[in-house]
Design a binder for this molecule. Structure first.
Ligand SMILES: O=C(O)CCC(=O)C(=O)O
Ligand SMILES: [Fe+2]
Length: 371
């Protein structure tokens, strides 16, 4: 039963989450490196991990992380909480705090089927809830306005902080790779700071095959992520692909689930800091294979975004200097970049292909859409 009146809200029960079955279809899988963070705090652990990661990121910018300290049960519980939110809460309750794209504000609830795609009559199919950091800045504006978040706060907060800690370790490794002070990136991304970071529950609603065909089966067009780093808790339902470079051009390859792993991808801000030495990864989501398309494709993510005070500029890294990649460009506010991108991407009545179009803030530029 859904609950309709936010003022008499009662907590739903949260059934255990069952992972969907893996596909038996033969897909072309990308070759992902796996980084085991268990040795992060051991002497010389970070250095060895940075070396491993350095190999991984110069290829595709996508890699898997294990040994991250978040148990499978904790992840399963978050999938359960996400599923129950979407299924048990009424539209009225969900809409207590919605995203505000006009302001580049991506916190709260976004309903599916509100906009069309690629100039057709087919509707975009993503429903999501973006949960900000539990650092005091967002309690009144977001967290306390959604009774579900308020009620399950302690375990969601704990998961948000643990996810962030995984990202913090990766930021340290990126700094080591670039021979920068260890906290160079971590200082621009602190849990205590105001930023557009969010934990996300995301549900794709399946569409009829003939509708998907009008969009070349795109559920999300090729793009790079807007922030600094994305953590994607392993997704069993196939569909996510990355664009990899081959000798004969580019090829899209599927991302395989990694048991207990977090799939990480570098996003635009880290690409800017490193003049794309750290590659902001191009990826897209396609309609899942026939044996999975009926299962709801529920996703769980932590999106890291630059803090409010952060300034994006090419980092004065000895590695970048040696490679001739360093430039002294005027800095751009990290938060301004992210908010401008959210606004530009989402404040339209249709999501277009925008293949090859550019999006620019100051001297920093990305490609908006990829074929
Ligand atoms: O659903 C996925 O697997 C990826 C979603 C995605 O790329 C995004 O929301 O930025
Ligand atoms: Fe993405």
């Amino acid at each position: 039963m859904t609950q309709t009146d936010p003022s008499v809200w009662t907590p739903p029960t949260v059934p255990e989450w069952e992972y969907p079955k893996e596909t038996t279809e033969r897909l072309e899988w990308a070759d992902l490196s796996t980084i085991d963070l268990t040795s992060f705090n051991e002497p010389s652990g970070k250095k060895a991990l940075a070396e491993q990661l350095s190999q991984a990121i110069q290829k595709d910018g996508f890699f898997a992380v294990v040994g991250h300290g978040i148990s499978k049960d904790e992840v399963k519980r978050q999938f359960a909480l996400g599923k129950t939110f979407f299924e048990s809460q009424s539209n009225e309750v969900k809409r207590q705090r919605v995203v505000d794209f006009d302001d580049g504000d991506y916190f709260g609830y976004k309903a599916p089927f509100e906009k069309t795609m690629f100039g057709t009559d087919v509707k975009e199919n993503v429903e999501l809830l973006n949960v900000p950091k539990f650092n005091g800045f967002f309690d009144d504006d977001v967290i306390n306005r959604i009774p579900y978040l308020n009620h399950f706060r302690s375990e969601i907060e704990s998961f948000s902080r643990k996810s962030f800690e995984v990202a913090r370790k990766l930021f340290v490794l990126f700094a080591i790779i670039l021979e920068l002070p260890e906290n160079y990136f971590a200082d621009q991304h602190r849990y205590e700071d105001y930023s557009d970071d969010h934990l996300r529950y995301m549900l794709y609603h399946p569409r009829p095959a003939e509708d998907d065909a009008k969009l070349d089966n795109n559920w999300a067009r090729g793009h790079t992520d807007f922030g600094s780093l994305t953590l994607l808790f392993s997704q069993v339902v196939a569909g996510l692909q990355i664009r990899t470079e081959t000798e004969s051009g580019y090829e899209w390859k599927h991302i395989r689930p990694v048991d207990g792993g977090i799939i990480c991808n570098i996003a635009d801000a880290l690409g800017f800091y490193s003049n794309n030495y750290l590659k902001s990864t191009v990826h897209r989501v396609l309609r899942p294979p026939d044996d999975q398309v009926g299962s709801r494709r529920l996703g769980l993510f932590y999106f890291v975004r630059p803090g409010k005070g952060s300034q994006i500029e090419i980092a004065p890294s000895p590695v970048l200097k040696k490679l001739g990649l360093y430039r002294d460009l005027p800095a751009v506010s990290g938060q301004h970049y992210v908010r401008s991108r959210v606004k530009q991407y989402h404040t339209k009545t249709t999501y277009d292909r925008n293949y090859g179009e550019k999006f620019r803030v100051g001297d920093f530029e990305i490609i908006d859409g990829y074929e």
